[in-house]
Design a protein around this ligand. Structure first.
Ligand code: 4AD
Length: 431
């Protein structure tokens, strides 16, 4: 078949003479004596020229946006064409005309709900293509970071029996004659793995029945989590800033074209290097009060507070030392100051806010049981988790990074849905 000898569009730009390319019609314009088709594949776009009177022209006339085709022709310099070259088509070797395409990429942006309804098609847009490539680089960079530093990749279950991050956002699932929940975080399972492998990570979906529609909450999101035996808060903060800097530098290295296509300014990303700012919760409350925010010590920080805070800094912030009552029960309290936890959130700059949550875990059995009770929970629901503390327990720390939020920030997107191919939130479960 002709499409087997085709080269990618990126390769076609480097070729001279006769080449065969394959792809989808991205733009089409018919003039008196020729048709211009901008062909798209996974590597780029190339202008094809069809001269009237040829058989190829007759085929080109029939093609719709997103029709697929394989064409052979001569590559020529043409300063007015995108990328400075075009293909003068001699033959159309194969094509699939298909139906008229329902999306016009230039006009489409106006109605984002419609684009969500046709997400299965919208993935073909250049914008989505750029986001998907950035996502690919982000996931790869996370694996690369952990694997090159002696972490083992592990997998926890998705069906679980007790809340990690509070009962309010648990999804219930019928399970034969019983009910289970979809995992909110693989953390507890990662804690079990550290007694075997010491440093572990996983990248898996987490599920939260988030009833509100916000710009940064999904009901299903990708969670990169790690857990390290013997690590204290300070060690953890070093991992946070190294990991995030590694991800950002990989994207800058591999995805400049995509960032440009999305209109993302790269200067703020170039500044993302360790050390990040370390800001205590106490300091954060003072900064916010000075900015006129109505907040008192003990309050949790919402998206608005986080946004205001991040706008005071030109790099990510590691916000540490949250009060006990705003953090989940498993966080270890500071022995010097028991009302405060050894917790840390990383806030992305430019208003984006929280991308990482983590901290030191309670490793002492009695301390854990008493905190579970203090939080009004039932130790029976956490029996195996408590059991981990009965045998050779050690200090340990870990964190969870919201991968979709990281993509949203790095790509400079307004809404987390734009960072995800098939987003799920309270109103959307299709396609
Ligand atoms: O702060 P969270 O809730 O922490 C945990 O789940 C810990 N158990 C993780 C751990 O220590 N292993 O969530 C961690 C991160 C957040 O910082 C955020 O980036 C992301 O997960 N996240 C969400 N992303 C999209 N939609 C949601 N509904 C999210 N909830 C949390």
């Amino acid at each position: 078949m002709a499409y087997r000898r085709a080269v990618s569009i990126a390769e076609a730009f480097k070729s001279s003479g006769t080449v065969t390319v394959r792809g989808w019609v991205y733009r089409k314009r018919e003039l008196k004596d020729k048709i211009f088709i901008v062909l798209r594949d996974s590597t780029g776009i190339l202008q094809l020229v069809f001269a009237r009177g040829t058989e190829a022209f007759n085929v080109a006339q029939r093609l719709n946006l997103e029709s697929s085709l394989v064409a052979t022709g001569l590559i020529k310099e043409e300063p007015r064409a995108p990328g400075g070259k075009e293909l003068h088509v001699q033959s159309v070797d194969w094509y699939y005309e298909g139906a008229p395409y329902p999306i016009n990429e230039d006009a489409a942006q106006a109605d984002s709900e419609y684009l969500l309804d046709v997400r299965h098609l919208w993935l073909r847009s250049r914008k989505m293509q750029a986001v998907l490539k950035i996502r690919h680089t982000v996931f790869g960079a996370i694996h690369e970071y952990f694997r090159s530093r002696g972490y083992y990749e592990v997998q926890g279950p998705m069906f679980i029996t007790a809340a990690v991050e509070g009962g309010a956002t648990l999804f219930k699932v019928p399970y034969f004659d019983d009910v289970v929940y979809l995992t909110q975080s693989s953390q507890f399972y990662l804690e079990a793995f550290i007694f075997s492998l010491e440093k572990v990570y996983t990248i898996a979906p987490s599920f939260r029945a988030e009833p509100s529609r916000t710009r940064r909450h999904l009901t299903e999101f990708w969670h990169a989590e790690a857990e390290m035996a013997w690590y204290h808060l300070d060690d953890l903060m070093k991992v946070n800033e190294e990991l995030i800097s590694h991800i950002v530098s990989k994207v800058l290295e591999e995805r400049l074209d995509e960032l440009k296509l999305l209109g993302r300014k790269t200067e703020p990303l170039e500044a993302v290097k360790p050390p990040f700012y370390r800001v205590s919760y106490d300091e954060a409350v003072d900064i916010l009060k000075a900015k006129g925010v109505d907040i008192k010590w003990g309050d949790d920080l919402g998206a608005d507070e986080e946004r205001i805070l991040t706008l005071q800094f030109d790099k990510p912030i590691q916000l540490y030392g949250f009060p006990e009552k705003v953090k989940a029960f498993y966080h270890r309290n500071d022995p010097q100051r028991p009302e405060v936890t050894l917790s840390v959130d990383v806030l992305a700059p430019e208003g984006y806010g929280e991308i990482i949550g983590g901290g030191e875990r309670i490793y002492d059995e009695k301390e854990l049981v008493s905190k579970i009770e203090r939080f009004g929970l039932n130790p029976k629901d956490y029996q195996w988790y408590i059991d981990l503390r009965r045998y050779g327990s050690v200090p340990h720390s870990g964190f969870g990074l919201g991968v979709d939020r990281v993509v949203m920030w790095i790509a400079g997107l307004d809404h987390i849905r734009d960072a995800v191919p098939f987003p799920r939130d309270i109103r959307r479960k299709y396609p």
